[in-house]
Write a protein that binds this ligand. Structure first.
Ligand SMILES: [Zn+2]
Length: 295
């Protein structure tokens, strides 16, 4: 069994899983004292599961140094985790070995190992949560690169060179236009009664023209990101995951339509899948990765 912890942008998910299969899960809100609360919540979960996990998987929404077990950079997300030795934290908190991974990369492992794209050897994933996470696997090899940055910065591909600077330093990143934090920022700037992505989508579907314009802009940014991922990595399947994808086809269908319209003409048209439980993709992948740490 594996204890898995997903430090998401708005909540932290915890789970006891067995090689990708969830047994017990729960979520707690993010806060300034995350690590102490997570350790307490994890011990309660372990007691409730009446089983002893053999390893720990930890996901963070940014670039990780897996060897050092550290979050290297995650602009504006979990700043108190930055540089912290999470392997040492897991050792002192649970007396267990730990694996630390980028959250989108973990989600891709979860979905290709046991989930919605089970067995896929060429796949890309875009996860829509507080930010936009991406990951890619080519010929069965998870992309990591020389410094663990490969594949995971798709949310920071430029989709509008005339847009403002992103918090990462690049211009017109998809995340700075259509990440949930950016959409919430734009709604607040307008003084809109709608405050989050789900409300925006529901209002757009109900015929609110201002919400529909914002939704359309977000769809084009999400779609342009997937087009670029397909051009770069030539996947057979595109996985759309993350908390926002709990809305399902109302978001996935226009993204898929945008991608099919704009792909390089001879490109293979990939299948699109949404996990049954997009909120659990990361935990399931962490479980698979952490299981490599025990017999
Ligand atoms: Zn950026």
């Amino acid at each position: 069994m594996e204890l898995c912890i997903d430090f998401g942008g708005s909540e932290i998910k915890l789970g006891i899983l067995h090689r990708g299969a969830p047994a017990h899960t729960e979520a707690i809100p993010t806060g300034a004292d995350d690590l102490a609360r997570v350790a307490d919540a994890a011990r309660t979960l372990i007691d409730a599961a009446a089983t002893a996990p053999q390893s720990v998987g930890i996901a963070v929404p940014g670039v990780v140094d897996r060897t050092a077990g550290r979050l290297v950079k995650a602009h504006d997300k979990h700043p108190h985790l930055s540089g912290l030795d999470l392997i040492a934290w897991a050792d002192s908190s649970f007396d267990l070995p730990a694996t630390v991974e980028n959250d989108a990369r973990a989600a891709l492992v979860g979905e290709t190992a046991t989930g919605s794209a089970s067995g896929a050897r060429n796949a890309v994933l875009m996860t829509l949560g507080t930010g936009i996470g991406t990951a890619a696997v080519i010929d069965g090899v998870l992309l990591r690169g020389a410094h663990d940055h490969a594949g995971i910065l798709g949310g920071h591909l430029t989709v509008d060179i005339n847009a403002a600077l992103c918090n990462c330093g690049n211009v017109g990143c998809a995340e700075s236009i259509a990440g949930a934090w950016a959409i919430r920022r734009d709604l607040a700037t307008r003084g809109d009664a709608i405050t989050d992505v789900r409300e925006m989508v529901a209002a757009a579907v109900a015929g609110d023209t201002a919400a529909a314009a914002l939704f359309d802009r977000a769809v084009r940014a999400w779609g342009a990101t997937v087009v670029s991922l397909c051009h770069a990595y030539d996947p057979e399947v595109v996985i759309l995951s993350g908390g926002i994808m709990r809305a399902g086809s109302v978001i996935a269908a226009p993204i898929e339509a945008y991608v099919r319209e704009h792909l390089w003409t001879s490109s293979h048209r990939p299948a699109f899948v949404i996990p049954d439980r997009p909120d659990l993709s990361v935990l399931r992948g962490l479980s698979v990765l952490a299981a490599e740490n025990h017999p």
